[in-house]
Design a protein around this ligand. Structure first.
Ligand code: HDE
Length: 756
């Protein structure tokens, strides 16, 4: 977001028919477009709505435009480039308060980065439950299951701030590393803040919070040489992993394309742990939270990610920022899996074990609402860096399970904020403040902002009428679910946490062949970086061979380990699959927000350029013109275009697809340049849709795309996502290209021989 003036309006819409977020008061529809609703009355507190958080932040926003320079204490400053000296060439004088203040502020302007999830990016938006019963017969709302209004009142848009992150890398590391992604949402609900601090993968590495420091020490850069940065591909991580069979399921996810998300807006999110919902009667069911992106769940490929480290290392951060600023507001559907004690008992895993998922084949995901991110922060430090999440922030109707990982997190997050902010008053930082009113006797500490009036800061008190008053549960006071617990104090792990391979195998079975290939390739890279052979052997024999024998054999063959002769003793005897696990089944038919490179030079075919651009933009794609140098380019019929980027700065890895329009002069010029040919070859190598029309198709012939048919005169050919056209039918050409873009990646290619 940029100025105060534009804050209350929607970001400027791109020149396209990009769907706009619903107007204030409009009821939400399903992320897939179904459902609608008629307006109903708002029974919530007066003035609480989607913009409540922004209104609150407005009070502390500061803009220096047109203002005078002052010290922190309001004294006008006459000169800020030269320190005060004893004589023109003499030493600096201590009394220079402006120098001292400026330098002290600078010396202290960094705070400790997060020990994990240091690199991230954030955005504002809102969450709104769907209107009951627009989702079909099955849906009957959650009112009977939870008293949390944030999840049940379709008239309520609750403001949110979401921070996405990588886990392992430090604050300045690259975005596209192989890693889990954090997906943390702060809901500023009318009943207080609720933080859903999740990841983009539903299981976790370990089963008990006690193991977290070990996991993180193992995966972070090694302690002696501080290498490698932002990567698991080193001995200590795989040493730890190979000795912890419970990690196997998560390892399968981390080796898959899930760890290389195309964009934050194309990523699922999961609450990971089992939580509880609690209703007005104090009854409880278990719940797992799922975020499903409207734009599909998509991945990058490994070679592409490594190039992005250098060419576009802010790729995911920039991706989120750009789409919101350009007016395409990313959207997710919130879904829940609900199950009770009895169902939980019947599963072949323990619902308290965070290395397990509840397969969607067992309990379907029930959609309950949508989240839209529609505003970028004004200040990265004040908002994205200082936002502080805590899974212990829950509201009435949402409660914890006994998952030992979750229980440990309830301590760690508060503690970590003390380290980051040096004060228990981190909740007073504007981005962390609830919108709900708060009154209590915690009134002091470092950097206290609020001025609490009154004499009594204790309870009970008679001096101030015993205020602030406790609130009975029936009137909205938080009450923990009264779970009956009867047990011995014991440092132990439940036997029900022991099944380590069933779901790892379920995941492997559910992958398409290209996804399996990706997993094997990833294992070759990761374990190929491990020096110690015994670690590589343990991974193959003790873990992978208990998932799938063929998988273990394929991994072994690439990393100098003798392939196992027999399947492992613990390999589960099942061939179950869960289609929801494969990203290939999460590809909706849309090209919205995809970034398309159009390669041109002077003498391009005007009709091609305008027809392709308008047709794709009409469906919400973002077309960018790329040329050898910046500055106006002219078409044969006199149209001009202003390139968005030039070859020295642009790379195919930053785009989803590439198209080369005709125009003999333009294409001849590109024949003389290496960059456009490399651009096309590299996009092909990364399985992206590529298209060329008219003379543009000649460029594809020069590039020599293996086993791919290119259109002859009079033809239109679409072959494994390569669309070429040598006739006048531009409409059909664009349609084929559009479908190829919607498919995202074309795995049925053989790009191995492409020199890119
Ligand atoms: Fe975190 N985690 N975590 N984690 N985590 C942190 O808190 C921790 C876990 C997650 O954008 C830290 O404020 C422990 C699971 C996200 O600001 C820290 C354990 C899941 C973020 C911490 C876990 C997560 C964090 C570091 C095992 C998915 C970034 C900075 C018991 C459900 C939030 C901070 C943001 C951040 C501890 C495991 C997600 C140290 C002890 C499981 C998305 O408190």
């Amino acid at each position: 977001m940029t100025t105060d003036d534009t804050r209350d309006t929607e970001p400027e819409q791109a020149e396209s028919t990009t769907p706009e977020p619903p107007d204030e008061g409009e009821l939400p529809t399903r992320a897939d477009g179904s459902g609608s609703g008629a307006g109903t009355s708002d029974d919530h507190g007066e003035g609480f709505d989607e913009s409540s958080k922004q209104d609150q932040l407005d009070e502390v926003r500061e803009r220096a435009e047109g203002e005078e320079l002052t010290s922190d204490h309001g004294v006008k400053i006459s000169e800020t480039d030269n320190s005060l000296k004893a004589g023109e060439r003499g030493p600096t004088i201590m009394e220079d308060f402006h120098f001292r203040e400026k330098m002290t502020q600078f010396d202290h302007e960094s705070i400790p980065e997060r020990v994990v999830h240091a690199r991230g990016t954030g955005a504002h938006g809102y969450f709104q439950p769907y209107e009951d019963p627009e989702l079909g017969d099955e849906y009957d709302g959650l009112e009977d299951l939870t008293k949390a209004k944030v999840l049940t009142n379709p008239d309520q848009k609750t403001p949110v701030f979401v921070r996405f992150s990588t886990v392992v890398g430090s604050r300045g590391s690259s975005d596209t590393v192989r890693d889990v992604r954090g997906f943390a949402t702060k809901f500023y609900t009318e009943e207080g803040n609720w933080d859903l601090v999740g990841n983009n993968m539903p299981p976790f590495f370990i089963q008990d919070a006690m193991e977290f420091p070990d996991l993180v020490h193992a995966i972070k850069p090694e302690p002696d040489d501080a290498m490698p940065q932002a990567s698991a591909a080193h001995d200590t991580f795989w040493d730890f992993a190979s000795l912890k069979p419970e990690i196997t399921h998560m390892i399968m996810w981390v080796l898959s394309g899930r760890a290389l998300p195309r964009a934050y807006r194309m990523m699922q999110g999961f609450g990971v742990h089992t939580f509880r919902l609690v209703n007005d009667e104090g009854e409880s069911v278990f719940v797992k939270f799922h975020w499903t992106p409207k734009l599909g769940t998509h991945q990058l490929v490994w070679d592409e990610t490594t190039k992005l480290w250098g060419k576009d290392s802010d790729f995911n951060r920039k991706g989120l920022y750009d789409v919101i600023e350009e007016g395409y507001d990313p959207e997710w559907e919130l879904g829940v899996q609900i199950f009770d004690e009895e169902q939980a008992e019947a599963f072949d895993f323990d619902i308290l074990d965070p290395t397990k998922i509840v397969p969607e084949t067992e309990v379907p995901v029930r959609p309950i609402g949508k989240m839209v991110l529609n505003e970028t922060p004004d200040n990265f430090f004040a908002e994205t860096e200082q936002v502080a999440f805590h899974p212990g922030n829950v509201v009435p109707g949402i409660d914890f399970s006994n998952d030992p990982l979750l229980q440990g997190r309830l301590f760690s997050y508060q503690d970590t904020q003390l380290n980051r902010f040096g004060s228990a008053n981190w909740d007073e930082i504007p981005i962390n403040q609830p919108i709900a009113e708060r009154h209590n006797n915690q009134r002091a500490g470092f950097m206290r902002q609020e001025i609490n009036e009154g004499k009594a800061s204790y309870k009970p008190n008679s001096i101030d009428d015993d205020d602030p008053q406790e609130v009975p549960e029936a009137e909205g006071g938080y009450e923990h679910y009264a779970e009956k617990i009867d047990g011995k104090k014991i440092r132990n792990r439940s036997e029900s946490f022991e099944n380590h391979f069933t779901q790892a195998r379920l995941f492997w079975n559910s992958m398409s062949e290209p996804e399996k290939d990706n997993i094997v390739d990833a294992a070759h890279f990761e374990l190929g970086k491990v020096d110690r052979i015994e670690i590589r052997e343990r991974m193959v024999y003790d873990l992978f061979n208990n998932v799938d024998h063929e998988f273990a054999t394929r991994v072994a063959e690439g990393i100098g380990v003798d392939p196992p002769e027999e399947p492992g003793n613990e390999m589960p005897d099942h061939d179950r699959e869960d289609p929801s696990l494969s990203m290939e089944n999460r590809t909706p038919d849309t090209i919205e927000t995809r970034k398309i490179a159009m390669l041109v030079d002077d003498g391009f075919d005007d009709e091609h350029v305008s027809a392709i651009r308008s047709a794709l933009e009409e469906e919400g794609a973002r077309v960018k013109i790329i040329s050898r140098v910046l500055g106006e380019k002219s078409g044969v019929d006199g149209e001009t275009v202003e390139p968005d980027q030039h070859h020295v700065a642009a790379a195919s890895v930053s785009f989803d697809a590439v198209v080369v329009p005709g125009g003999s002069e333009s294409v001849d010029a590109m024949h003389q340049q290496g960059d456009p040919k490399h651009f096309v070859a590299e996009a092909f190598k990364h399985y992206k849709p590529i298209a060329a029309i008219g003379e543009g198709a000649e460029l594809f012939e020069t590039v020599d795309l293996p086993e791919t048919e290119i259109a002859d005169d009079g033809d239109l050919v679409s072959d494994t996502g390569v669309v070429t056209c040598r006739n006048d039918n531009i409409d059909d050409f664009v349609e084929q290209f559009r479908d190829a873009i919607a498919a995202h990646r074309h795995w049925d290619r053989s790009p191995e021989a492409v020199p890119a």
